[in-house]
Design a binder for this molecule. Structure first.
Ligand code: GCU
Length: 689
């Protein structure tokens, strides 16, 4: 038995004889360029995948085989004359870094398949694309694929805390990185790189954004989130070289989260003032040292002046001063600072703060700074409106930060699939550049991109819940192409992960697509309320159980109403959007129902469009959410015997727990709504006491 699950890289044998024969014809022989680490990764992957898929070991060639019926060729047009002869070289050269072509061609009388790209990284992606087609049993005799990533940067943010191996907000076990044993390498690192590269991720930030333990009493208290800054110490940096090389083979650059006060913590300066010349020199020397060891290093991620982390405010400087001081050190090496916009604490409504802080700084950040913005103004809630910063800083490189791990949506226990939420975000029209400026059109400039907070850990199945593997998969696919068809991506994940049985494919795809709305209903009541979670100390206490009375500021429950006024009569957050979005949100009549109480404080008996009162809709949605989860569980149970026992039972057990927790959420929330509104449930389901 494997030491851990293969996720979607299972490469199960192709059962259909004709299909297998067609695949064998073009893929039993492979001619692969030799020159780079990426090419050797391609060869390794073919050696892993093809014997399993085709039931036959591939023959790998150093030159184009002359006497075979067909073969696979992987290389750049520069590497191989055979490729330059069969594809349009100009077309290949015009592709962005990471882009590739897959073409079925005839060469010298043989039926060939060409995987080509202008860069070696593109060859890795192209090879994984081809293996995906074989895994989903697509025909390959007439292939004509041209792919380019929409976003230059597609980054994974590990919230892994070195030396404790914990993962903050990760629910798949402790960190896969055995920091203390580095530079020793584990097979798992390579498999992780394979998983990431197979969906187009091209950068990984190895450690937690919290590089020092925040002050006691903060939300992060339960986690030993200190000493992350020590990774910048010389000895620790040296230990990273092998790990970075593992990722490099798959086209993935390594990044580090750094502490703003590193010149004092790692160095021996008595200030981290970004305008102090010694501080700037310290960063330059540190960057030189990093690049000596890790020549393709991506850059530094910084969480500054946020949740107790140090920052430029400590020296009466602003975020531009802070980010640019570090950026100037990375600039000669082509490195980049990813500077997080997650700042709050001085405003009563934290939603308004990121925009107020960063929008006025537009145009002042150095060219190699990307401001990394969470998808919504609060914090990865089950549903949030999109951040007002999107499209508001045209002169600044921005990154969209999504959370792959399910911090607020049932963690590693509930089946909650993120892709429908991400699609909603990508499709949202910001009107930043007139109508029809969806989020998916932003972040496309050089220096921009999409970032995901990772969900893997040491668990056998990597992500705590087998179905949460789909979130990692979908993140990569959506970061590569935000316009991708969501159902198609989900289906392709299911086919690779659970096989070709159509009942299985339809059922699991359906379960995943219905899961997010169900979670919204039982965890929030579905009208835009949020953050009603308990903030405990232990695993599964933090942001998992319901506890609406803990955070009244987020949902605005009072005796006379519910929701938070974020219009001009309240915090004014709605006005940060451009018209007509601002007008729509500011109007009770026009605001979309699913966000109504995010923007408005309304009487409990306020009537919605269909005549139902607000409180009744909240009751109804909480009950509907539970019913939906019961249906999802029943659909899953119908798969018994169609998928392997191990995964079937594991997910079944998680569904039992999810149903129980959804009921708990429903009961706590509906009782809370009743207690404050005094209005009974018309259907008599909420105990009136
Ligand atoms: C949330 C989360 C923290 C995390 C923080 C961040 O507050 O609960 O664990 O550190 O976001 O994004 O920095």
């Amino acid at each position: 038995m494997n030491e851990y699950d293969d996720c979607w890289l299972r490469y199960d044998r192709v059962a259909d004889d004709d299909r297998r024969a067609a695949y064998r014809r073009r893929c039993s022989h492979a001619y692969v360029a030799e020159k780079s680490p990426e090419c050797s990764a391609v060869r390794d992957e073919l050696r892993r995948a093809l014997p399993d898929l085709l039931g036959r070991d591939p023959h790998l060639w150093q030159h184009p085989p002359e006497t075979v019926a067909g073969f696979l060729a992987v290389g750049t047009p520069d590497d191989m004359a055979m490729i330059a002869e069969t594809v349009d070289v100009d077309e290949v050269e015009s592709l962005a870094d990471g882009g590739y072509l897959l073409r079925s061609v005839t060469w010298n009388g043989a039926d060939c398949l060409v995987v080509t790209a202008p860069t070696d990284r593109g060859l890795v992606y192209g090879t994984f694309h081809l293996l995906r087609l074989l895994s989903t049993r697509d025909p390959i005799d007439d292939l004509d694929v041209r792919e380019e990533p929409a976003h230059e940067h597609r980054l994974l943010n590990q919230w892994d805390t070195p030396f404790h191996r914990s993962v903050e907000r990760g629910y798949g076990g402790e960190s896969i990185f055995d920091w203390e044993r580095l530079p020793d390498l584990r097979e798992r690192y390579e498999d992780y790189a394979r998983l990431l590269a197979s969906v187009g991720v091209n950068g990984v930030v190895l450690n937690n954004v919290n590089t020092t333990k925040p002050p006691r009493g903060s939300a992060n208290d339960a986690f030993d989130a200190f000493e992350g800054w020590q990774l910048l110490e010389s000895g620790r940096l040296e230990d990273l070289t092998g790990l970075a090389a593992t990722f490099r083979r798959y086209g993935i650059r390594t990044y580090l989260s750094v502490n703003f006060a590193a010149p004092m913590l790692v160095g021996d300066l008595d200030t981290a003032d970004p305008l102090d010349e010694d501080v700037r020199e310290w960063w330059r020397e540190k960057a030189d040292e990093v690049y000596d060891l890790l020549p393709d290093f991506g850059g530094f991620l910084v969480k500054a002046d946020s949740e107790g982390q140090p920052g430029p405010y400590d020296y009466d400087r602003d975020h531009v001063d802070g980010a640019n001081a570090i950026a100037q050190a990375l600039e000669p090496h082509g490195g980049r600072v990813w500077w997080r916009a997650f700042v709050y604490g001085t405003h009563e409504d934290r939603a308004v703060q990121a925009y107020e802080t960063f929008e006025p700084l537009d145009g002042e950040f150095a060219d190699n700074v990307t401001v990394q913005v969470k998808n919504g103004p609060i914090d990865f809630q089950p549903r949030e409106p999109v951040s007002t910063l999107f499209g508001a800083m045209p002169e600044t490189d921005l990154g969209l930060e999504l959370q792959i791990t399910q911090e607020y949506t049932g963690q590693g226990v509930h089946a909650t699939y993120n892709l429908p939420m991400w699609k909603e975000i990508f499709e949202f029209d910001t009107h930043a550049d007139g109508p029809d400026t969806p989020v998916s059109e932003l972040f496309r400039g050089s220096g921009e991109g999409v970032v995901g907070v990772g969900n893997v850990g040491e668990d056998y199945n990597w992500t705590g819940h087998y179905l949460a593997q789909a979130n990692l998969y979908a993140f990569g696919r959506a970061a590569w192409d935000p316009d991708v068809d969501a159902h198609a991506v989900t289906e392709e994940w299911v086919r690779q992960t659970f096989g070709a049985d159509e009942t299985v494919v339809d059922t699991i795809t359906g379960i995943l697509h219905d899961s997010w709305e169900a979670c919204i209903d039982y965890e929030t009541g579905g009208l835009g309320l949020m953050h009603m979670m308990h903030n405990g100390e232990e695993y599964l206490e933090n942001h998992y159980y319901p506890s609406p009375e803990e955070w009244p500021g987020y949902h605005g429950v009072t005796e006379d109403g519910v929701g938070v006024d974020r219009t001009e009569t309240g915090s004014g957050y709605a006005e940060q959007y451009r018209d007509p979005v601002a007008e729509r949100y500011a109007s009770v009549e026009d605001c979309p129902e699913e966000l109504l109480l995010f923007f408005h404080h309304l009487p409990w008996d306020h009537e919605l469009e269909d005549g139902t009162t607000v409180v009744q809709r909240l009751y109804d949605n909480c009950f509907a959410g539970v019913e939906e989860v019961r249906r999802l569980r029943a659909r899953w149970r119908d798969l018994e015997g169609r998928i392997d026992e191990r995964r079937f039972r594991h997910v079944s057990e998680r569904f039992d727990e999810q149903v129980a927790q959804a009921e708990r959420w429903r009961d706590v929330l509906t009782e809370y709504f009743y207690e404050h509104s005094g209005i009974p449930d018309e259907r008599g389901r909420v105990p009136a006491e």
